[in-house]
Design a protein around this ligand. Sequence first.
Ligand SMILES: Cc1ncc(COP(=O)(O)O)c(C=O)c1O
Length: 386
Amino acid sequence: MNKIYLDYAATTPLHPEVLNAMLPYFSTEFGNPSSVHRFGQRADNAVETAREMIAALLSCHPHEVIFTSCGSESDNLALRGAAWAARVQRGAKHILISPVEHHAVSQTAEQLATLFGFVLEYLPVDEYGRVNPADVARLLREDTAIVSVIHANNEIGTINPIAEIGDICHARGVIFHSDSVQGAAHLPISVSALNVDLLSLGAHKFYGPKGVGALYVREGTRLHPSQTGGSQEFGLRAGTQNVPYIVGMAEAFNLAQSHQAAHQAQLSALRDHLIGTVLEEIPNVKLTGHPVERLPNHASFVFEGVDGNQLLAMLDVEGFACSSGSACKTGNPEPSGVLTALGLPRNWGLGSLRVTLGHDTTPEGVKSFLAVLPQLVERSRKINQG
Ligand SMILES: Cc1ncc(COP(=O)(O)O)c(C=O)c1O
């Protein structure tokens, strides 16, 4: 039976070159980067080389790259760190985010509001889940501590006008964070072009290991550490660094960014074929997210009257691994917050399907997927109608 993985936005397999780069740091090169002796120095060199590689790819200084344990932790450090520092510095208490953020941002912001006295406000989005920079200008306040807008959406693939939003925030002296955990895997990432003060990355979306991430912190941006302890990572993230994973992240990011244009061209052609065929051949379907300003590997739909989780199970039986909304939310019987923010009615929002392509996706694989999908959608509709 076919086993075709079409869920690269959930995670990607480790690139073999990444694994090779990591291996010595699990065995001979086991030192603690904070130790003074030569074992420590060698580990420290590996971490600093990785930091320099990532900084060169982001077009920033190495000391602006903070290693974390994952994309979620990067989001947590950005939001908590900036919110706490802005409150201490100038009494700021307002937080502005989009309604289509990953939970790592939205739940953190909600907690800052409910437990720490911040005032949380949501920006509107259009039918594609895009933030209009004019709304940021309208809703910014004197006491805004941080604005956070996702770069490329994990559920619907929409890319936001990050540079324009950054301009507006900077003109008003407000810190701007963007979650680029999905974006950095597929788009060119220069922090100066993107105009951000804080940018979250996670290695496992670009063929690196799970359990390692980074936060870009523009020089001069005040942050309080959210994990306290030792002085690692310039005092912003306590804890002995995960040397092999950090080495792997740098290697993976280098590979992803070096081949970015070629992968974008190859994946977007397959994606466009997939989207075009689904919209043409299946009745009562909508593309979710922006038709053009979207991740090159990302196709996402809603089917009226379909149970998204049931459809995923049927696809799995046929050998296709896809997702409904984001992986963290499977099993949740309500439409996701992102789909609700697009204004989709419940009987559409419950029938979501995300198909994300990657290195091992072939035209034949997409063809066989397209050959089974229409009948599975029809079967799910029949079951749901009773
Ligand atoms: C947009 C976005 N942000 C954050 C995360 C969380 O990243 P991690 O799994 O590395 O914690 C994800 C993962 O799905 C994501 O897609």
